[in-house]
Design a binder for this molecule. Structure first.
Ligand SMILES: Cc1cc2nc3c(=O)[nH]c(=O)nc-3n(C[C@H](O)[C@H](O)[C@H](O)COP(=O)(O)O)c2cc1C
Length: 273
C-alpha cells in the first residue's frame, strides 16, 4: 500500500473539513474558495519521496485564467507595520506549503525554514538587526535624523526596527549552499554560497500566500551582516545559509498596490539596445 492519496474539493461550504470517502481523504478548502480560484477537483498523489503531484482535473484556459491573481500580484507590498496579535499556526502552514510549491533545479527543493516565536529569540534577533542597520546605513543614529520628516518607506523602516521583537513570527528562509555552475570544480574551496536563485521563487510564493490570507510580511536581508552569529544562535548547519528573514503578522495598515515601472518600459525585443 502506497501513501494515502488526498482529494481536494474547492468551493465547498465547510472550511477545512476532512471526510473519509472510499479510502480517500477529502478536504474542503475554504481559503481557495475565498480566493475564487474556480471550482476544481485536484488529486494529489504522494510519491515514494513524499512529494505530491497535483492534477487539476483538466480546466479550460478560460477557466484557469484567474483575474484575482493579477490583483494579488500587484498588491504584495512590503508590510513593515505588523500587529503583535497572534497568528494561527494553521495559516502559517498554509503559507509555508505555498512556499514549497515553488520550482527548483531538478526539483531539489533546497529551502528549509526556521520559524521563531520565542520572545527571547525574537529580541536577540531584533537587537542585532537594529545594530546591523545602524552599522550599514546610519539609519537609527540620532533622534535628530528621525525628526527630519522621513518619507513613508523610511518611517515604516523605523517602525519595523523598533517593533521587530513584537511580531508574532520571524521566518528564516534558508537555502542549501551550492556552488553556481559557472564556478569550475577545481576552483571550489569549502562551502559555496546559498543558492539564492533557487530559494527566491519559494520566498515570493510565501509573500503572495501571506497577502492572500490577509497577513503582512516583508522581505528583509540585513541579517547577512551578522549571519554567522545568527546561524550559531539558531543552530543552522554550515551547509545552509539564511537567504531572507520575513517578519509575519497581521498588518497595522492597509494593503495597497505596488509602484513599479511597467514591463513595456523594461523589455527589449530580439536585442538589447
Ligand atoms: C533582494 C531583496 C532584498 C531586500 N532587503 C530588504 C531589507 O533588508 N529590508 C527591508 O526592509 N526590505 C528589503 N527588501 C524589500 C524592498 O525594499 C521592497 O520590496 C522594495 O522597496 C519595494 O517596496 P514594496 O515592496 O513596498 O513595493 C528587499 C527586497 C529584495 C527583493
Amino acid at each position: 500500500m502506497g501513501p494515502e492519496p488526498i482529494v481536494v474539493f474547492r468551493h465547498e461550504p465547510f472550511p477545512q473539513l476532512f471526510v473519509a470517502l472510499s479510502g480517500y481523504r477529502v478536504r474542503m478548502d475554504s481559503v481557495a474558495r475565498k480566493m475564487e480560484m474556480g471550482p476544481s477537483l485536484s488529486l494529489a498523489v504522494p510519491d515514494r519521496s513524499g512529494n505530491r503531484r497535483v492534477n487539476n482535473g483538466g480546466q479550460s484556459m478560460a477557466e484557469s485564467a484567474n483575474p484575482r491573481f493579477f490583483d494579488l500580484v500587484g498588491n504584495v507590498r512590503a508590510m513593515r507595520r505588523l500587529k503583535p496579535d497572534p497568528v494561527p499556526m494553521e495559516l502559517i502552514w498554509k503559507v509555508l506549503n505555498a512556499g514549497v510549491q515553488a520550482p527548483s533545479g531538478q526539483n531539489t527543493q533546497p529551502w528549509r525554514f526556521v520559524l521563531v516565536s520565542d520572545p527571547t529569540s525574537k529580541k536577540w534577533f531584533a537587537d542585532r538587526y537594529k545594530q546591523a542597520i545602524e552599522k550599514r546605513s546610519g539609519l537609527t543614529r540620532g533622534a535628530s535624523l528621525r525628526k527630519k520628516n522621513p518619507g513613508r518607506q523610511l518611517k515604516a523602516l523605523y517602525y519595523q526596527i523598533d517593533h521587530m521583537h513584537e511580531v508574532p513570527y520571524l521566518l528564516f528562509v534558508c537555502g542549501k549552499c551550492d556552488w553556481p555552475f559557472k564556478v569550475p570544480e577545481h576552483e571550489r574551496i569549502g562551502e559555496g554560497p546559498p543558492n539564492y536563485g533557487a530559494v527566491y521563487p519559494c520566498v515570493q510564493n510565501i509573500l503572495l500566500a501571506c497577502r492572500a490570507l490577509g497577513l503582512g510580511a516583508a522581505l528583509t536581508t540585513m541579517h547577512q551582516v551578522f549571519e554567522d552569529e545568527l546561524r550559531a544562535y539558531f543552530q543552522i548547519p554550515l551547509d545552509y545559509g539564511v537567504v531572507v528573514t520575513i517578519p509575519i503578522g497581521y498588518p497595522e495598515g492597509n494593503f495597497g498596490p505596488v509602484t513599479r515601472r511597467p514591463a513595456e518600459d523594461v523589455t527589449f525585443f530580439e536585442r538589447w539596445r
